[in-house]
Design a protein around this ligand. Structure first.
Ligand code: CP
Ligand code: NVA
Length: 316
C-alpha cells in the first residue's frame, strides 16, 4: 500500500511526473479536470488547527471526485482512548484513504501499518512533507524556462535554501529531507538549542540520501548566496508554553529586510504560513515582490491533488 508519510516515500524518479501533473491540474482548474477519485471518500483526522492543509485537501478531494470527511480527533473515539490500530482497521472498511495531522509522527506510521488504505501525513511534530513539495513546486515554477516535468524538477538542482529560526521544527526537518531529495543545498541557522536533531540524520541515512546540510548560529552565514530564504513560526503548535523563551532566543534570526538583502539579489522568500509579522519575519519582507507566500499556499492544492492522484492509482 503506498503512503505519503515523509518526502522520500515518493522516489526521485517520480517527481518530474508529479510536478508536470501538478502544473497541468493548476492550468486546468476551473475547467473540467480529471476525476480519478470519483465515488471515493477520504477521511481527514486532525488533532491540531489548520487553515491551508484542511481546506486545500477538502477542495482537492472534491475536485478529484471524492468526498472529504473531516474528523476532529476529539469527536471520534480515538480521542477517548480507542487504539490507533483499531481506528485504522475500522476506518479502512469505510474510506479510501486517511489524511492525518497529529503530534507524534509514530501515530501516522502506526495508522499506515494497521490500516489497508493510503495514509497521507498532513503534519506531525517531525515532518510536514506536503508543505515542502508545494514549496519546491512554487520555486520550480519561477526557475523553469522549459515546459517539461524534467525541466521543472531539474531547476531545483544546486540551488541553496537558507532556513532561519527553529531549525529543529517539522518544516525545517522536512526541508532537510526534501532539499536532499531535490538536489538542493540546505543551510540552517538558529540558536544552538534548536539545531537539527539526530532524528533527521537517521531519516536521511534510512533514505540513503547524502545527508548534506549545514547548521550555524550566524544567520548571515546561512543566507549568503542563498536562492531562497525560508522561515516558520518560532512557536509551533504544541510548544506554546515555551513561547517567551523561544521569542527571546530566536530574535536574532528574524528575517528583516537587512537579512533578506544579504541573500542573492534575486532570492525568493517563502513561509509556510501562518506568519507572525514583526516576529519571525518583517512585514516588508512578507510584502516584497520576491515573497511567494500566497503562490506557495495555493500550490498546496495542486501538488496535493497530484499526490492524491498517484496514491489512488496505487503508485508511489
Ligand atoms: N502551512 C500549513 O500547513 O498551514 P495550516 O496550518 O493552515 O494548514
Ligand atoms: N511548524 C509549524 C508549522 C505550521 C504549518 C507548526 O507545527 O505549528
Amino acid at each position: 500500500m503506498p503512503h505519503f508519510l515523509q518526502e522520500t516515500d515518493l522516489p526521485r524518479s517520480a517527481l518530474p511526473g508529479l510536478f508536470a501533473l501538478a502544473r497541468d491540474l493548476k492550468r486546468r482548474r476551473g475547467r473540467k479536470g480529471p476525476r480519478p477519485l470519483e465515488g471515493q471518500t477520504w477521511a481527514l483526522i486532525f488533532s491540531k488547527s489548520s487553515t491551508r492543509t484542511r481546506v486545500s485537501f477538502e477542495v482537492g478531494l472534491h475536485e478529484l471526485g471524492a468526498r472529504p470527511l473531516f474528523l476532529n480527533r476529539n469527536d471520534i473515539q480515538l480521542g477517548r482512548g480507542e487504539s490507533i490500530e483499531d481506528t485504522a482497521r475500522v476506518l479502512s472498511r469505510f474510506v479510501h484513504g486517511l489524511i492525518v495531522r497529529t503530534f507524534d509522527h509514530q501515530d501516522v506510521v502506526r495508522l499506515a501499518a494497521a490500516g489497508t488504505v493510503p495514509v497521507i501525513n498532513a503534519l506531525t511534530d517531525l515532518l510536514h512533507p506536503c508543505q515542502i513539495y508545494a514549496d519546491a513546486f512554487t520555486l520550480a515554477e519561477r526557475w523553469t524556462r522549459g515546459t517539461s516535468g524534467a525541466a521543472l524538477f531539474g531547476s531545483l538542482r544546486g540551488r541553496k535554501i537558507a532556513f532561519l529560526g527553529d531549525a529543529a521544527c517539522n518544516v525545517a526537518n522536512s526541508w532537510i529531507l526534501g532539499g536532499n531529495l531535490f538536489g538542493m543545498k540546505v543551510a540552517l541557522a538558529g540558536p544552538k538549542t534548536f539545531a537539527p536533531t539526530p532524528a533527521v540524520d537517521a531519516l536521511l541515512r534510512e533514505a540513503g540520501l547524502p545527508g548534506g546540510y549545514t547548521f550555524t548560529t550566524d544567520p548571515y552565514e546561512a543566507v549568503r548566496d542563498a536562492d531562497v530564504v525560508y522561515t516558520d513560526v518560532w512557536v509551533s503548535m504544541g510548544k506554546e508554553e515555551e513561547t517567551r523563551a523561544r521569542r527571546r532566543q530566536m530574535a536574532p534570526y528574524a528575517v528583516t529586510p537587512k537579512l533578506f538583502a544579504a541573500a542573492r539579489p534575486d532570492a525568493f522568500f517563502l513561509h509556510c504560513l501562518p506568519a507572525h509579522p514583526g516576529e519571525e519575519v518583517s512585514p516588508e519582507v512578507l510584502a516584497s515582490p520576491r515573497s511567494l507566500i500566497f503562490d506557495e499556499a495555493e500550490n498546496r492544492l495542486h501538488i496535493q491533488k497530484a499526490i492524491l492522484t498517484r496514491l489512488a492509482a496505487g503508485r508511489r
